[in-house]
Ligand binder design. Structure first.
Ligand SMILES: Cc1cc2nc3c(=O)[nH]c(=O)nc-3n(C[C@H](O)[C@H](O)[C@H](O)COP(=O)(O)OP(=O)(O)OC[C@H]3O[C@@H](n4cnc5c(N)ncnc54)[C@H](O)[C@@H]3O)c2cc1C
Length: 289
């Protein structure tokens, strides 16, 4: 079994990539090529995101299955519970298990843009911690469960201590590891890990790294997810916002510095948000590994 928690038992650092499911058949074919390139870098696992409500659910699982079956690399299937009933989630987990996928990132997710007012009822999960508990109750130890962590606090819970306590609830409910939201100030990551350790959370907390390739879209994305664009990042990238090649190179240099500092100070691995591209994550990984 390609369980992610087995890597943690070997106590080694993990290097991993995150992809999203393409919308078209041509996109899927392109992604297959990208996965082959990423597989050649011998990552410990590759994850694939899940659209709220499960519109592209089959595609998420097809991508993860391809990663496992074709390349014998651990796959991690993201699963969000917004818009799904508990019965639906049970069916989806049964499908995931029947495909031989043993690793799940258990998320709450966000209501989609076309249904922003959706609220959970009695048949739905309210939080990721409830999903973690449900997975353990119905599927025992079959799955390695990952969860999302927020070094700056989740956008709806900027009280960092409280947000850390909610993270502990996910681990107490059965989560085996954490992957964080992107961040640009490593102090936020280390302070977050300290908060969690003080609460007794002992599982690996893997930093999520977004290589900056397009500063304008980064600022839009950070507004949505609540990650801070630091003064340092602004100073580097604002003056070159209209120069894609300079941005790309500065993005690599920044990420290499960020990753080196994380690893030197004890981060248990790196998880790259690749945006379905091999580069520049490949260059960054080669420089820091
Ligand atoms: C690594 C990573 C991968 C992601 N992948 C996807 C993806 O594939 N698809 C997708 O749609 N989204 C994805 N997201 C985004 C994520 O779904 C959103 O950030 C979502 O808003 C929160 O999900 P969660 O699982 O952290 O929720 P939760 O842990 O349930 O937290 C949600 C909010 O509720 C609060 N909270 C938690 N527990 C309680 C409680 N008991 N009482 C009161 N408040 C509580 C939290 O502080 C937070 O504000 C990802 C995020 C990360 C960091």
């Amino acid at each position: 079994m390609l369980l992610i928690k087995d890597i943690f038992q070997q106590n080694k650092r993990t290097y991993s990539f995150e992809l999203f499911p393409p919308k078209t058949e041509q996109g899927f074919q392109n992604l297959i090529g990208t996965i082959a390139e990423l597989a050649a870098l011998k990552p410990d696992f590759i994850s694939c995101t899940y659209g709220a409500g499960g519109g592209g659910r089959g595609k998420t699982l097809d991508v993860v299955q391809h990663i496992q079956d074709k390349h014998q690399i651990r796959g991690l299937a993201h699963l969000t519970c917004v818009l799904h009933t508990k019965d639906e989630i049970k069916d989806i987990l049964t499908d995931i298990k029947s495909r031989g996928i043993p690793n799940v990132l258990a998320l709450r997710g966000d209501p989609p843009q076309d249904n922003p007012g959706w609220k959970p009822g009695r048949d739905n999960f309210r939080y990721s911690s409830e999903l973690c508990a449900f997975i353990r109750r119905h599927f025992g130890d079959y799955f390695t469960i990952g969860v999302a962590g927020f070094p700056e606090g989740h956008i709806l819970c900027p009280d960092r201590d409280r947000d850390a306590r909610y993270l502990k609830m996910k681990v107490d409910a059965g989560a085996d590891f954490v992957i964080t939201q992107l961040f640009f100030d490593n102090k936020d990551f280390f302070a977050y890990v300290d908060r969690l350790r003080k609460l007794g959370v002992a599982v690996p907390v893997i930093p999520g790294i977004l290589p900056i390739t397009n500063y304008a879209s980064l600022t839009r994305f950070c507004q949505l997810c609540g990650a801070t664009i630091t003064r340092e990042v602004k100073n580097i990238f604002e003056p070159i916002v209209d120069n894609p090649e300079a941005t790309r190179q500065a993005g690599i240099d920044f990420a290499v510095r960020q990753c080196r500092e994380l690893l030197e100070n004890g981060a248990p691995g790196l998880h790259f948000y690749c945006l379905n591209k091999t580069s520049p994550a490949d260059q960054i990984l080669k420089a820091v590994r």
